[in-house]
Ligand binder design. Sequence first.
Ligand SMILES: Nc1ncnc2c1ncn2[C@@H]1O[C@H](COP(=O)(O)OP(=O)(O)O)[C@@H](O)[C@H]1O
Ligand SMILES: [Mg+2]
Length: 362
Amino acid sequence: MLYLGIMSGTSLDGIDISLVDIDSNCRHIASQYVPMPTQLKNELLSLCSSGSDEINRAALAEQQWAQLAAQGVKQLLNDTHISAHQIRAIGSHGQTIRHEPAQRYTVQIGSPALLTELTGICVVTDFRSRDVAAGGQGAPLVPAFHHMLFENHAKPCAILNIGGFSNITLLNQQEETHGFDCGPGNVLMDAWIQHSKNSAYDHNGGWAAQGTVNQPLLSTMLQEPFFATQGPKSTGRELFNLAWLQDILAQHPSIPAQDVQATLCELTAQSIAQAIQQTQADTQAVWVCGGGAHNENLLGRLRRLLPHCSVASTDSIDVSADWMEAMAFAWLAHCCLEGIPANRPAVTGANGLRVLGAIYPA
Ligand SMILES: Nc1ncnc2c1ncn2[C@@H]1O[C@H](COP(=O)(O)OP(=O)(O)O)[C@@H](O)[C@H]1O
Ligand SMILES: [Mg+2]
């Protein structure tokens, strides 16, 4: 029962591909990372907001995305000496270009038909829209996977994914699973360092570490109503983006750029800590995955804000922090093919359990 999971997150850093053995508790066997070419990254980024000729541009961008994903799949299969017919399906999240659950839609592109055609493997995709159609946020979808994967771990604990945005899964002894998006993860830090220093991201949070948190700036940012809203809730680039940051900075002129970076890192940490304290205050351990798990400055801030909790990368419990989300989409593909409902209404707010995904047979 081999599956591939493909995740291409809001950070637009690249495409993560994980080969997963579903039968042995979703063991991650091998992986492939395909960096996003700058031109495609810029095009996908611009498709995240209104512009001209969007339908044509989106159609061309998703073809290019599918070509890249297919190349990554072929490379991975080649390296592992596994043939396409040994893979039951690919679970492909696609690339989110709009997420508007309040308007009852969410859009992930990734030309699944072309991906099927190029790989010869069944593709399962479009995991979010059924939940949205059922009145849910369509996000986050990973809590059900975390619930399954962490069945035998000490609880209460939290699984924290820090990608472009951060989302949390709260696991307790009552076997209830809660979760929601906490707010921006890396997205604002990435946008600011790109704008200020033309770097894609703040390696290990080194630049943020050189700055000082500006408390008035932090307070203004934390006034964003999203942070005080109770879940179910999800967010994206529609709300948190460079324009959002620049609007707030206009109210706080002359702050040194590195202090802005430190404040953005603290914003991510505080929004997460607040989410944990308000929804599962007795959490003992926070297991971190996603690219933000490499940001030592961010993890240090979380440890200071959550002194009674251990905060560590999922790497330390043998679940790869970098591949967790891709693994989840491999599992979600399996759930779809088996007819297993994979949303959690308590998480997304949907009217009930739903089987998620659309199938493109090989
Ligand atoms: N060594 C690192 N130090 C700091 N941040 C990192 C590091 N490695 C990755 N990141 C951050 O993680 C992001 C990618 O994380 P990822 O989990 O792939 O997010 P997404 O799912 O949104 O694509 C990068 O854009 C960067 O901000
Ligand atoms: Mg990524």
